[in-house]
Design a protein around this ligand. Structure first.
Ligand SMILES: Cc1cc2nc3c(=O)[nH]c(=O)nc-3n(C[C@H](O)[C@H](O)[C@H](O)COP(=O)(O)OP(=O)(O)OC[C@H]3O[C@@H](n4cnc5c(N)ncnc54)[C@H](O)[C@@H]3O)c2cc1C
Length: 389
């Protein structure tokens, strides 16, 4: 494939998501951000619009669409509000997808229809206080006794894990030891309300104020043996695959952020005058906007190239490489774009009365979640065949 122009259907779909995002999310985003409010009604409205079920089979209420459509939806929502963008991204990528990919028919029938309809949310508990990038170093244990898993440990920074409508968290845990002495890691579905599973108070974050993020603790939290998700001991491989998709989705979220910066600052540069002319007449400003346009175009191409590889069933290594490249470039560009855009706004860039200040705070985490920039560089350099550790 040499062109990454989206199809007419994708562009029509984009228009419908854009209309929704501009009508239902944009007018409230500043207020939710200020009050750290997680808007359940709006999350459920995204579900009713079908955004959570875009890639899920019709059997569970999904649209059986492609991954590219999901990226379009995340980009458009992220363009007006990064908090709702990450809520959608995590609801699908970290909540629904592991169940869809690895769940038994019974697990799918039990959980997916509500998740896809947006009546409920699910979280993905991998990160711990002592292990983030080095996710395989996790300490949470799950021990199988008398037909039940007993979980003990803690998780950190888990998105969509403690909202009023969170139904479950998929937890990565040590379930034993391999013959080579390394930990055996598996994933287990822990429904909200399970005794011993405690959702700690939400974090006070730099950005993404309207998204739901909590630490979790497990003290003999016990679930039936059939809550194992996928094959025992395959947890590590499962979350690596889950994160590959997530990286492209985060790149789409970053693309939405860059586009918002470009749009807001181009308008502002045409209106704001200084020395009797619009600031956009000054090359010092106009050239920075040109830089934003380049970042948007390049991020768009890398993101939808990676999405197209996923949709065409490209070999895993190719997709992993493309996903890491898209995530690295788009997220680092988003951080640069918010810095440039706030500079174009001058003092107003520092004030919350314009959305640009919120985008500035929201962008930083894009370089961290679902694999930091350094981890993307590690994946890319390994893909080059380098013996980098
Ligand atoms: C708002 C938010 C939401 C999140 N949601 C979820 C979620 O839903 N589920 C979940 O499981 N996790 C979630 N995370 C966790 C996120 O994935 C981790 O924060 C991330 O992977 C980094 O891990 P860490 O914070 O432990 O940093 P560390 O791994 O401690 O890294 C610290 C620094 O060291 C660098 N570093 C580490 N190892 C290397 C290396 N080998 N080479 C070079 N540099 C290295 C890192 O790049 C980073 O700069 C979320 C995080 C945030 C902030």
């Amino acid at each position: 494939m040499t062109s990454f122009e989206l199809s007419r259907e994708h562009e029509e779909f984009r228009r419908s998501v854009r209309e929704f995002a501009r009508a239902e999310i944009a007018p409230h985003a500043a207020q939710w951000d200020r009050t750290h409010h997680f808007p359940i009604d709006t999350v459920q409205a995204m579900g009713a619009l079908g955004l959570f079920g875009l890639t899920a089979p019709a059997e569970f209420g999904g649209a059986a669409g492609d991954f590219t459509s999901l990226c379009v939806a995340i980009e458009e929502v992220g363009r007006v509000d990064q908090s709702m963008g990450i809520t959608l991204e995590a609801a699908v990528g970290l909540g629904i997808n592991p169940l869809l990919e690895y769940g038994t028919q019974e697990q799918k029938e039990r959980w997916l229809p509500d998740l896809i309809e947006g009546r409920t949310l699910a979280g993905f508990g991998l990160t711990e206080a002592g292990s983030g990038s080095d996710a395989g170093g996790l300490r949470t244990r799950a021990d199988l006794h008398d037909g039940s898993w007993a979980l003990n440990g803690d998780k950190q920074f888990i998105t969509n894990s403690g909202s009023e409508i969170t139904a479950l968290v998929t937890v990565a845990a040590r379930t034993g030891e391999r013959p080579d002495g390394r930990p055996e890691i598996s994933t287990i579905v822990v429904p909200s309300g399970t005794p011993g599973f405690v959702v700690e108070p939400a974090y006070d974050k730099l950005g993404w104020h309207a998204s739901d993020t909590h630490p979790l603790t497990f003290t003999d939290a016990t679930v039936p043996a059939d809550h194992l998700l996928g094959e025992r001991g395959r947890g590590f491989a499962q979350f690596l695959a889950t994160l590959d998709d997530g990286r492209v989705a985060i790149a789409a979220l970053a693309l939405g952020c860059i586009e918002a910066c470009l749009e807001l600052s181009t308008t502002y540069a045409g209106e704001r005058t200084s020395f009797d002319v619009p600031i956009g007449a000054k090359q010092g400003v106009a050239f920075r906007l040109a830089d934003l346009a380049v970042m948007a175009e390049a991020s768009r191409t890398l993101t939808y190239k990676a999405a197209a590889l996923k949709d065409s069933g490209a070999p895993a290594e190719r997709f992993t490489h493309a996903a890491a490249i898209a995530k690295l470039y788009a997220t680092e560009s988003a951080v640069s774009a918010t810095r440039i855009a706030t500079q174009v706004f001058g003092g107003y860039g520092f004030m919350e009365e314009y959305p640009i200040a919120r985008f500035y705070r929201d962008a930083k985490v894009l370089e961290v979640g679902e694999g930091t920039s350094e981890i993307q560089r590690l994946v890319i350099s390994r893909g080059l065949g380098l013996p980098v550790e």
